[in-house]
Design a binder for this molecule. Structure first.
Ligand code: ATP
Ligand code: MG
Length: 392
């Protein structure tokens, strides 16, 4: 059982002076991700590396799975950590490592030594040759292949010496918390959880807003969104989910405005309310799961009409994705199964048979005039009665 995992991180290493901020955020996110995993973990930085020391028995699979949700991690390497007791002993350690990690010993291999401690008396090349020779003696079926080996045995010489050969891929991206915060419009569909995941992957912390329309939408539909938020929170860390009661606003629009414009007008009010919560909590942008042309409310004209009410940037990371591409990500991140559960959505209940696909902004604004009497009051009330739950 490995007692140490070496965490490799890519992009964040290039951040110059800010490097330590990124490393600290990564450590914080790793600690958070490991909280629900049973075991005593010590996460620390040391000489430009991050290590997870596993100080008690732990479930390897579960631990790796949790780490694979931490953005910024490029690779997870189970390492054997040994004292420097000279080259002879190091050879024995390398042999023991291969003995433990592999069942058969007939692969091609090469040794790659990195001498991070410059005072180590032997050059890297010499260590490679020495260890390579010892391994061949111990496992005569193995062979050296420097160009395309089946096993690359990494030996990193620091205060201690670290031996590893497997690099389990991480999710990449940047640690959450290094790029501010954004407000996700989270519905129960397939797209919006994926959109949240993608923005969060760039280091952005998330909050979310969900619009429901009781009694037209059920408690179960709401629970579905909470479940999706939980799944996204595995990657993003805690999310404040604002649950807005949208019923009265929807009924009012339904009553006053042309039905073919309903969806667009509704979506404009959703954006406004989400923006209110964004500003309140310091979110710098809105995120939606829209993709050009996917439905009537996502044509170029519709997107422009919806966008027009926003004063902060709206990010639509799925804008150029086909549905199948979105589904692939949803499956990968574990939201798909929940998203396809058949509960009603507030948008589909009031939807017109033939919604406008090329809304004219002036016409929309004229229709909205008809809401003047009560809409402000209804929006204020919806904001006042919003329930906020902390997820994750
Ligand atoms: P999704 O699969 O994310 O629900 P969709 O294909 O159903 O998207 P729409 O219903 O047009 O498309 O919604 C487009 C985007 O608007 C969603 O991705 C989401 O960001 C936001 N949205 C839609 N309905 C709601 C809702 N009830 N609450 C919060 N946001 C919503
Ligand atoms: Mg939807």
């Amino acid at each position: 059982m490995f007692k140490t995992l070496l965490i490799k991180y890519g992009e964040i290493a290039i951040k110059g002076k800010n490097r330590h901020l990124f490393e600290d955020a990564l450590v914080r996110q790793i600690v958070h991700a490991l909280k629900p995993v049973e075991g005593d973990f010590y996460v620390h930085k040391s000489q430009g590396r991050i290590y997870v020391d596993c100080q008690s028995a732990y479930d390897f699979e579960e631990t790796v799975e949790a780490l694979q949700c931490v953005f910024g991690i490029v690779g997870i390497c189970p390492v054997m950590k040994v004292e420097d007791r000279g080259l002879e002993e190091l050879g024995n350690d390398a042999i023991e490592f291969l003995q433990n990690v592999y069942d058969i010993h007939d692969q091609s291999f090469k040794v790659v030594t990195r001498r991070a401690r410059k005072s180590y008396p032997i050059e890297s090349m010499e260590v490679n040759c020495e260890l390579g020779g010892r391994i061949l003696e111990a496992f005569p079926e193995m062979s050296v292949n420097v160009h395309n080996p089946q096993i690359t045995l990494h030996v990193e010489i620091r205060e201690m010496i670290y031996i590893y050969s497997k690099i389990i891929p991480g999710p990449g991206g940047m640690p959450v918390g290094t790029n501010g915060k954004a407000m996700l419009l989270l519905s129960g569909g397939i797209d919006s959880p994926v959109a949240g995941y993608m923005i969060c992957k760039r280091g952005v912390k998330l909050d979310a807003t969900y619009f429901h329309a009781p009694p037209y939408t059920s408690e179960r539909a709401k629970q579905k969104v909470v479940d999706l938020a939980k799944q996204v929170a595995k990657y993003s860390g805690p999310i404040d989910l604002h649950i807005v009661n949208f019923t009265d606003i929807q009924l009012y629009i339904y009553d006053k405005c042309p039905h073919d414009e309903l969806t667009i007008i509704m979506r404009r009010y959703m954006m406004k309310i989400a923006e209110h919560f964004a500003k309140e909590s310091g979110s710098l942008a809105l995120i939606t799961g829209e993709s050009i042309g996917q439905v009537a409310s996502q044509t170029m004209q519709s997107l422009a009409a919806t966008n027009e009410v926003c004063t902060i940037p709206v990010f639509r990371p799925l804008i150029g994705f086909d549905k199948q591409e979105i589904v692939d990500v949803a499956e990968k991140i574990g939201t798909y199964e929940t998203s396809i559960l058949p509960y009603e959505d507030c948008c589909t209940i009031f939807v017109a048979k033939h919604p406008v696909t090329k809304p004219n902004l002036n016409a929309i604004k004229r229709s909205e005039q008809k809401l003047n009497e009560k809409i402000e009051e209804l929006v204020t009330e919806a904001i006042r009665t919003t329930e906020t739950v902390r997820i994750g």
